[in-house]
Design a protein around this ligand. Structure first.
Ligand code: HEM
Length: 211
């Protein structure tokens, strides 16, 4: 492939940021499922022992949150909903057949929904997680609040796991997307097909800088 055919989508610091988030998500999600269902207790061994999982799960969650916040401030403006997104959503049946609809920018409507759902779930997980965090903070809160926080924590965790499963499925389903987050680049054909407005804007910027 010609060098000119490759477009940078994520720089190395952006990719490291993303994979730290993903790694912490994996640790927190797997150990959390281990706490939740007796038949999944063995999943706690992801941290070595159940005792270590109990201690380290909240720290993995906090690192995931902190790492995602950096991504949040990097990408929030690319994830604002616009008119083309409504068109995209109305034609979801065509998207499912691998057709493209609307003048999509850096992210499509599906990606934007994942982005906003992730930040909502992570904020709920952090707030409820602090309330139930023994031995550091839980003793400062009344029992009814701890019970409510446990419920919020469980629902937000299940929601985030489902959202990330959709995110991973989409990343694998759209050919050429994984290289964006592994090696940092996509082909111009990929960009033109899936994110035409982003592609045009990049080209315009390049033309301006060579003038
Ligand atoms: C192992 C699991 C994961 C895989 C395989 C994966 C894969 C990817 C890929 C390929 C992209 C690039 C998509 C594009 O540029 O079009 C991406 C972007 C992104 N990922 Fe992941 N990811 C994973 C886990 C996560 C987790 C756990 C989070 C957050 C909690 C996350 C949040 C994001 C965000 C925010 C973006 C940028 C898209 C946007 O802002 O709308 N990812 N991911």
């Amino acid at each position: 492939m010609k060098k000119s055919d490759k477009i940078v989508r994520y720089t190395a610091p952006e990719r490291i940021n993303h994979w730290i988030t993903a790694f912490c998500f994996l640790l927190a999600a797997v150990s959390g499922l281990g706490f939740f269902f007796p038949s999944f207790n063995w999943l706690m061994n992801i941290f070595g022992t159940p005792q270590l999982a109990r201690i380290l799960h909240p720290f993995a969650g906090v690192v995931m949150f902190a790492s995602f916040i950096i991504m949040f401030f990097r990408y929030w403006h690319h994830n604002l909903i616009n008119r083309d997104d409504i068109l995209w959503a109305k034609n979801i049946h065509k998207i499912a057949k691998n057709e493209e609809v609307g003048d999509t920018g850096r992210y499509n409507f599906g990606q934007k929904c994942v982005f906003w759902a992730a930040i909502i779930c992570l904020l709920l997980l952090l707030a409820s997680g602090v309330v139930i965090w023994r031995p550091y903070f839980a003793s400062a809160f009344p029992i009814p609040l701890i019970r409510a926080a446990l419920l919020v924590h469980s629902f937000a965790a299940v929601a985030l796991i489902v959202v990330i499963m959709v995110h991973i499925y989409a990343a694998l389903w759209v050919k050429g997307t994984i290289t964006a987050m592994v090696e940092g680049w996509v082909t111009s054909a990929w960009a033109k097909k899936h994110h035409p407005r982003w592609f045009r804007e990049l080209r315009q910027k390049q033309e301006k800088s060579t003038e």
